[in-house]
Design a protein around this ligand. Sequence first.
Ligand SMILES: Nc1ncnc2c1ncn2[C@@H]1O[C@H](COP(=O)(O)OP(=O)(O)OP(=O)(O)O)[C@@H](O)[C@H]1O
Ligand SMILES: [Mg+2]
Length: 234
Amino acid sequence: MLEITNLHAAYGDAQVLRGVSMRVDKGRIVALLGRNGMGKTTLIRSVMGMTPPHVRQGSVTFQGQELRGLRPHEIAQRHIGLVPQGRRLFASLTVTEHLTMLGRAARHRSQWSVARLFELFPRLGERRQHRGHQLSGGERQMLAVARALTQNPELLLMDEPSEGLAPVMVQHLERTVLELRQLGYAILLVEQNLYSALAVADEAYILETGSIVHHAPVDALRHDRPTMHRFLGV
Ligand SMILES: Nc1ncnc2c1ncn2[C@@H]1O[C@H](COP(=O)(O)OP(=O)(O)OP(=O)(O)O)[C@@H](O)[C@H]1O
Ligand SMILES: [Mg+2]
């Protein structure tokens, strides 16, 4: 589904990604792990066509079509949804407004009506008239996921969705991710929270200073203490 091959990306002269190759297949949850500053967000931004960084070399294909050189909205139109790190929302818009911002035509094509999103996230339904700045961290995270779904993605890129959430909210998020997999979504899940990633993902890649240094099924990684210690410091 998504295939990244030998991707190099940089901020000015600072090379951050140094030949990353990885793939995400339909119906799979793939975790991208790595310590702070290793290039995870840079990879997500590169896939989405966001600048900076600048991609210098390599390719990104989705359903066999090259994405490199396309603009972020064109990539989103190809059914790739982004849940950005830090959940950028609009302070003054209500929950409902966030979910209906897309044009009517786009919404019409989406299989995610606002009502259906409120079924997936009942808490958002209860807070539908609340504005962005009035929401808790967990509610904002749910809204960021819900907003990505309105674009009708087949692949979701989630950049540290559990960051800053209480354990009960992390569990809620894990259940949501598993539900989405059941619905056939593919998910690339960037996580600092190793245990949350191990709980939901099928396989994991580890990024270390811009290169993939390990790729394994999560069931194998779970028992691989030396690798987790060496690259993730746990
Ligand atoms: N806009 C930018 N300009 C210059 N350098 C940047 C920029 N954004 C990130 N970097 C640098 O690129 C490297 C990778 O950053 P990136 O945000 O991809 O890391 P990360 O793995 O997502 O980290 P975290 O887990 O903290 O989110 C870091 O050294 C960072 O300082
Ligand atoms: Mg990051």
